[in-house]
Design a protein around this ligand. Structure first.
Ligand SMILES: [Zn+2]
Length: 194
């Protein structure tokens, strides 16, 4: 029983430190470094919902996956590593021993190259835990040139990685990583003791 209470307290503490730990808006970039849309992540009772708004894609189906590192170094985005797979499963939503928790259904770009998709990542979370998408330094979301066949190892034969976005603990983390916490010099100074 005690660990349940401790967990609840930890979750509440985490919730107090961030504006909204249950949602993240991730900017998506192509290999040239142009921002081409967003992926909005929202915590739900059965996993994490992802809403995608993208432009400039070739019409047709494309693969999309969560990858294990929050590193989007173009042009090939190999820095993001393999698919997010904390359970040690095989790749593919149609594989009998699948799937990676980072595997998602293919998305379709319309004739104008636009994507407006609503997807689910079952069993994952934006909060703490083994299957957390923001554990450690976080993860990334990558769109591929070709569609995922749902079966082939290790990545569904889905071709080049063409878009990448970083999912990290704090949206301000990248700009702020080296910085110190902002302080108000007029506050508390009188009361501090050396
Ligand atoms: Zn996979």
């Amino acid at each position: 029983m005690r660990w349940v209470i401790v967990s609840i307290v930890l979750i509440l503490m985490t919730a107090c430190q961030q504006e909204d730990p249950k949602s993240r808006k991730v900017e998506m970039y192509n290999a040239s470094g142009d921002m081409v849309g967003t992926a909005s992540f929202n915590e739900q009772s059965d996993g994490v919902n992802v809403k995608l708004k993208l432009e400039g894609l070739e019409p047709g189906f494309h693969g999309i996956h969560i990858h294990e590192y929050a590193k989007c170094e173009g042009p090939d985005f190999k820095s993001a590593g393999n698919h997010f797979n904390p359970t040690g499963a095989e790749h593919g939503l149609m594989h009998p021993e699948g799937s990676h928790l980072g595997d998602l259904p293919n998305i379709e770009a319309d004739a104008g190259g636009l994507v407006d998709a609503d997807l689910m990542l079952p069993q994952t979370t934006l909060l703490d835990g083994k299957n957390s998408l923001i554990k450690g330094d976080g993860t990334s979301i990558i769109v591929t040139q070709d569609e995922d066949d749902g079966m082939s190892q290790p990545g569904g034969n889905s071709g080049q990685r063409i878009l990448c976005g970083k999912l990290t603990k704090s949206e301000a983390e990248d700009e702020d990583r080296e910085g110190e916490s902002p302080t108000d010099p007029t506050q508390y100074n009188d009361k501090q003791e050396e």
